[in-house]
Design a protein around this ligand. Structure first.
Ligand SMILES: [Zn+2]
Length: 456
């Protein structure tokens, strides 16, 4: 494969989305305030910026001095610049990535509360992009997720405006998903999460696991997906590399290797679709604490809902530059089939194995999961942020659905998900569902008070 063929495949999904790649002649240089780079939040910002911008552009330079990776991050003690550069080159071996000071003509992507006319800054659960200095309250306990969100917002701005200046400011928090920064001291760093099962390890599922691992390695991961890594998957996932695509590696194996390398010791994989996965079908009751349901194919939501799931968290990317976070708590809130009714021809008796169900478009008889890199990162980050809150007192902090729009100035909109009359969940037996999640760590969030008539 020559370089042009590689880039054609690398940028295929971006083009199908209707967007064109950034001008490779324009060098992006990532700089950072020294104090910020010493902190956990600052290093999360640096790692995510290198990862995302390196996938968005083939021309990225690291303009901050090297430093040892923070003790609360995976890869602690290693060279931050070396690790970030290795990652960028692994994703795109044809790109031009290096480390040098800012030069005339570069587009400067600056991380920190101040130090440049426009800043990308996250602290705790808050994120800010715009003119410096940052107005965010300084939160002592690092959370990482605010910093990562600031980078996603900054990357979206860069891409949308084609290297335009960051003259308008935007601040938000990823705690209750509003555009008002909050002083939240809860830190998810090194939190114990329990057993996290991810169904669907495409861009969103892999990104969710990436962001979880930046915060904590104290969880068991089960990964279920039948698909393999292709070059067209690389730009939207923070984990997939050119070598994975060369090897035709199963997506679950690529994510498992990443998690193990980051220090997550208990990782199990099943390279199968959910309805064929013994890990799902033969699981013991209460054995999964939270389900990241990031798959769309094979009528997967039907199989999930009919399998009496624990709390589900996931996010989708949309056709209009948005990422939408969803939560389904057993008993209380609408199920995922209330939101995504099963396709008539598959529901509920038909055997859905051709993968055509779902809201996405079809190209060449295949599902084209078109999206932009920062949208998939946003969806994975929103999912991970929500999983990381599960251990915080008082959860949940937002309505069941939160949309982040990045088409213009960023927008955050929360809306409840109504129950859909006639949904299959009406016939789901409450007693069986209770028993199925009994003993799981977050079963306490379930409330069966609104259970519909005819059940006990
Ligand atoms: Zn339902």
């Amino acid at each position: 494969m020559d370089q042009q063929q590689f880039y054609d495949q690398l940028n295929d999904r971006m083009r199908r989305y209707g967007a064109s790649p950034l001008d490779p002649a324009r060098v992006i240089t990532i700089t950072a305030s020294p104090d910020y780079l010493d902190s956990y939040d600052g290093q999360v910002a640096a790692l995510v910026a290198c990862n995302l911008l390196g996938r968005l552009s083939p021309s990225v330079q690291i303009g901050f001095p090297d430093i040892a990776i923070h003790r609360h991050l995976p890869w602690a003690g290693r060279s931050l610049v070396g690790h970030a550069l290795d990652g960028m080159r692994a994703a795109n071996p044809c790109g031009s990535y290096g480390s040098r000071p800012l030069a005339a003509g570069d587009f400067r992507f600056h991380l920190g509360p101040d130090g440049h006319e426009a800043v990308v800054h996250g602290s705790g659960w808050n994120a800010y992009i715009g003119p410096g200095p940052s107005p965010l309250p300084l939160v002592a306990s690092g959370a990482g997720v605010g910093a990562a969100m600031a980078v996603v917002l900054g990357a979206a701005h860069l891409f949308r405006t084609r290297f335009g200046p960051m003259t308008d400011s935007f601040a938000c928090n990823v705690w209750d998903w509003t555009d008002i920064p909050e002083r939240v001291e809860f830190s998810p760093v090194e939190a114990s999460l329990g057993h996290v099962m991810t169904v669907g390890l495409g861009s969103v599922g892999s990104a969710a696991n990436y962001f979880l691992a930046l915060a904590t390695r104290d969880f068991s991961a089960s990964l279920i997906d039948h698909d393999r890594v292709g070059i067209h998957n690389i730009t939207r996932s923070p984990i997939f590399t050119d070598a994975h695509a060369e090897m035709d590696l199963a997506k679950v194996e690529a994510v498992a290797a990443f998690l193990r390398g980051a220090g997550v010791t208990n990782v199990a994989v099943d390279p199968a679709a959910l309805h064929e996965s013994a890990r799902w079908r033969l699981r013991e009751s209460g054995s999964i604490d939270v389900l990241i349901s990031a798959a769309n194919e094979f009528n997967v939501r039907y199989h999930i809902e009919m399998g009496f799931p624990p709390i589900q968290l996931y996010a989708t990317t949309g056709r209009n530059w948005q990422a939408t976070l969803m939560r389904h708590v057993p008993g209380v809130e609408a199920c995922s089939l209330c939101l995504f009714p099963p396709d008539e021809k598959f529901a509920p008796t038909a055997c859905a194995t051709d993968g055509a169900a779902g809201p996405q478009m079809t190209v060449d008889g295949e599902r084209a999961d078109a999206a932009l890199p920062f949208l998939s990162f946003a969806a994975g980050l929103m999912t991970a942020a929500e999983v990381l809150k599960l251990t915080a007192p008082g959860y949940p902090f937002s309505v069941e659905r939160v949309m982040l729009g990045l088409k213009g100035q960023p927008q955050l909109v929360g809306t409840p998900i109504p129950h859909r009359p006639g949904c299959l969940c009406e016939d789901r037996h409450t007693g069986v569902h209770k028993a199925a999640i009994d003993g799981s760590r977050y079963a306490g969030f379930a409330s069966w008070a609104r259970t519909r008539a005819g059940q006990s």
